[in-house]
Design a protein around this ligand. Structure first.
Ligand code: JBK
Length: 248
């Protein structure tokens, strides 16, 4: 997978891309990330990339010419890959969107700064708009890194584990079960006995039930679309009934 990132803050990408799993994926040639400084394509003396909004109102708007020049010089005049604008107005980024994006060989990511980008960038350059969530950030750089991280770990060969990303929270549509490692007791807090039992069928059942319990308690909305067996549904029904039955 090739990523081309267009940004006014190119320096923020290296530390994260040079760490851990993303670093290893890059070293193995599974991803390439090229970060382009939009300012390099501003043609005026001071390399200005923002300006006041037409109609007034304060704040600054990212100018249209340097962004088009940057993207077209890197991708050509008619980009064949998705050109994704990271913006709070985009469609919400989910595991499903990450999986969809992971099927492309190349993605271009446009990071806005200031109060916004000239609308013509959205209309005539971006082919997709994505938001990572309903909160206010100072720019699209962290959203771009979030997207690169989530997409990269879905690519074949990136995670060492042969099961890959299949077990992750959200892959099945459920929250993950609780994890423990040594020691078996810490400050009197013990690891659930079942996990020490060596009984793999019992462990698998316990984990599934914990996932279902957690999802019902914390994110019941996920149960609408989760991949559930008949046994899962019966277990959830039992939990809901128990919840309704007052202790006598
Ligand atoms: C937000 O992708 N986003 O979610 C995003 C991009 C740029 C600015 C923002 O405030 N939320």
């Amino acid at each position: 997978m090739e990523f081309d990132v267009f940004t006014l803050l190119p320096e923020v990408f290296s530390p994260y891309l040079e760490s851990s799993i993303l670093q290893r994926a890059r070293q193995r040639g599974l991803i390439q990330v090229r970060v382009h400084n939009i300012r390099d394509w501003a043609t005026d003396k001071h390399h200005v990339t923002d300006d006041e909004p037409y109609g007034g109102g304060g704040g600054m708007v990212m100018k249209v010419e340097p962004v088009f020049a940057a993207v077209e010089s890197v991708l050509g005049p008619a980009p064949a890959c998705p050109v994704i604008l990271l913006t709070p107005q985009g469609r919400l980024f989910t595991q499903k969107v990450a999986a969809e994006l992971a099927t492309h060989p190349r993605l271009a990511l446009l990071c806005g700064r200031y109060e916004g980008v000239d609308e013509r960038i959205r209309e005539h350059l971006a082919t997709d708009e994505i938001s990572i969530g309903d909160y206010v950030l100072t720019g699209g750089e962290l959203p771009a890194l979030v997207l690169i991280d989530a997409v990269t770990r879905l690519l074949p060969g990136v995670l060492g584990d042969p099961d890959g990303a299949a077990d992750d929270s959200h892959a099945s549509g459920l929250l993950e079960y609780p994890h423990y490692t040594r020691p078996p007791e810490f400050r009197g807090w013990t690891v659930p006995e079942v996990l020490l039992s060596g009984d793999h069928a019992r462990i698998a059942r316990w984990r599934r039930e914990q996932s279902l319990r957690r999802t019902l308690a914390r994110r019941p909305d996920l149960l609408q679309t989760a991949d559930l067996s008949e046994a899962d549904r019966q277990f959830l029904e039992r939990l809901r009934r128990e919840d309704e039955t007052p202790n006598s």
